[in-house]
Design a protein around this ligand. Structure first.
Ligand code: B12
Ligand code: SF4
Length: 495
């Protein structure tokens, strides 16, 4: 007899409600559980009416006002900004009543175990689920992309009712873990598994090898009818072949550590299979850098229309200067013909010196050329940028403003953020070793529970610095007010 008939079901709670498409990790894990004959029920916030958050919408004056407040260096303004930001974060992290009510209903059906996939902003929700599950004697297993950071996970272990927290890619280990959990055995001692008893000597679960073995994720439980467009998420590889940027948290996350490609054929097979199942030809590649494996990148461009005629897709790339980066004019033209509709990349700054100090691996003029070529090919381009990276001067900002002025016409959206220190990144190591190298970062402390560095940034605030920063904010506003190029509309807010 299979477990399908003999065991009660597992409840999988997906707390990610920021995406207008299914959660890839959850699709993978549900698939491996079902392949091991477990019965799984998914609880997804959107299905219950919890609104998703979309990014990159066309902006109005209120967005610009908020941005000015957010980026202000004035001590009084930054005080109210920090206060407002905390309030907003608390509001966003507040458990949604519809989700809680559904959890309660689901608990009544007595699932054998609960699995939660969570980012760190859902601490309160995890706490409530743990407490309610504990009251009913149901074990809970928690996992997510940042639980491989041990200083973070230890802060979560006091949550009542959570049997274990898992940090790592567990596609091939989860069924055995669940079996142990259902048998009432402790998961202590397993790599990447944190429990109250074993928290001080957890061996890391090393990045998954031979990714070509991965199954096709099962997205059948997601509320497809509620997504604004049917967009299928896919990842062709994990990690980033550059992997050096000092600020980058992606490459320290559970799946981002070390670069591993799945190889072209399994990816083409998955595109075809998912397109047939979900009756859609639109895809988002969630790779943190899709041009990491150039054979795959070129192979994708050459073959995607054969496996999925009419395919449209969006992706993030890295404009690196290591020779061939797959982003020359001819390749971008071919990519557009192959359905590449929107592309995102991290420009961060228009100052070469600052980019070098971040170890970004990008040459400013090559980034400009890429922008023009992508635009000319008919691809909508979005970029992320950073303000306040330690050491940034008025001159760096001026160079950035000049860069944007030169290339403004080619850019559809800019996501400008303030520098956010993350634990375990190269920045963390640099700062801990020599804090005096960062004289303007005052009162620094880590908030490990949320994996963030709290500090006041106090560079000499000369008039020129403020002037250039304000110019940059105005440029961002103008660009973000643009209407998107035709076919890119449906893909807005997805990256
Ligand atoms: C794609 C992506 C998005 C997409 C889609 C997210 C989605 N829901 O599908 C979008 C653009 C919407 C998005 C938004 C945000 N994201 Co995001 N995103 C990513 C990205 C690039 C890839 C995620 C992914 O699909 N990975 C592939 C899967 C297979 O790996 P995984 O998620 O780690 O899952 C594996 C393990 O963690 C584990 N696991 C996962 N869940 C569970 C559950 C159980 C029970 C178990 C046992 C194991 C387990 O097994 C999985 C399979 O191997 C990562 C960077 C990265 N490299 O992970 C950032 C990342 C996950 N995002 C991050 C952040 C901060 C955000 C935002 C808050 C950013 C913002 N300010 O707007 C928002 C909010 C998201 C939310 N709370 O819902 C952080 C998360 C850190 C954290 N605090 O937890 C990351 C790590 C980036 C970073 N370096 O800061 N994101
Ligand atoms: S190129 Fe992107 S993903 Fe790679 S290390 Fe730099 S910021 Fe991270």
């Amino acid at each position: 007899m299979t477990k399908q008939n003999s065991t009660p079901e597992l409840l999988f709670i997906d707390l990610n409600n920021f995406a207008a498409y299914p959660t890839l990790a959850v699709g993978y894990l549900i698939k491996t559980l079902r392949d091991a004959d477990y019965k799984v029920r998914l609880l997804s916030p959107l299905a219950l009416g919890v609104p998703t958050f979309t990014r990159d919408n066309p902006e109005n004056w209120k967005d610009q006002l908020m941005r000015r407040l957010y980026f202000s260096g004035n001590p009084l303004m930054s005080y109210s900004r920090d206060f407002l930001r905390e309030q907003l974060a608390k509001r966003n992290a507040k458990p949604h009543p519809a989700m809680l009510a559904e959890v309660d209903r689901a608990l009544e059906t007595k699932p054998a175990a609960i699995l939660i996939s969570s980012y760190l902003d859902h601490y309160e929700m995890c706490k409530l689920i743990g407490e309610r599950a504990a009251a009913k004697g149901i074990p809970v297993l928690l996992g997510g992309p940042f639980f491989n950071l041990d200083r973070v996970t230890k802060r979560w272990l006091s949550l009542k009712g959570i049997a274990a927290i898992v940090g790592g890619e567990v596609e091939f280990k989860l069924p055995q873990m669940i079996e142990k959990l259902l048998n009432g055995e402790s998961l202590s001692g397993q790599e990447g598994v944190f429990t109250q008893e074993s928290k001080d000597n957890v061996q890391p679960l090393l990045p998954l090898k031979n990714l070509e073995r991965l199954p096709v994720p099962d997205f059948s439980d997601f509320p497809w009818e509620k997504y604004p467009h049917k967009i299928i998420p896919i990842m062709s590889g994990r990690g980033c072949s550059w992997g050096a940027c000092t600020f980058c948290g992606d490459v320290v996350s559970a799946n981002g550590r070390t670069f591993r490609s799945r190889g072209l054929q399994p990816v083409l097979n998955e595109l075809k299979h998912q397109s047939e199942i979900h009756q859609s030809t639109d895809f988002i590649f969630l790779d943190i850098k899709l041009n990491s494996d150039l054979d795959l990148w070129y192979g994708l461009i050459e073959n995607i229309q054969t496996v999925v005629p009419g395919a449209r897709w969006i992706a993030t790339v890295h404009v690196n200067h290591l020779g061939d980066n797959g982003l020359d004019k001819a390749t971008l033209d071919a990519a557009k013909k192959a359905g590449l509709t929107r592309i995102s990349f991290g420009l961060e700054s228009g100052s070469q010196e600052l980019l070098d100090s971040m170890k970004k691996g990008t040459k400013v003029e090559e980034a400009g050329e890429f922008l023009k070529n992508a635009y000319d090919a008919g691809i909508s381009v979005r970029t992320s940028m950073m303000q306040g990276f330690p050491g940034e001067t008025a001159e760096d900002l001026k160079l950035t403003v000049e860069f944007i002025a030169q290339y403004e016409q080619y850019l559809d959206r800019i996501r400008l953020s303030r520098f956010k220190p993350l634990p375990d990144t190269p920045f963390d190591r640099l700062f801990m070793k020599k804090p005096e190298r960062f004289p303007y970062m005052k009162n620094f402390k880590w908030d490990y529970k949320l994996a963030r560095g709290l500090y006041q940034y106090k560079p000499p605030r000369d008039k020129e610095y403020r002037l250039q920063k304000n110019k940059l904010l105005t440029q961002v506003y103008h660009i973000n007010r643009k209407s998107l190029r035709n076919d890119a509309q449906q893909f807005n807010g997805m990256m």
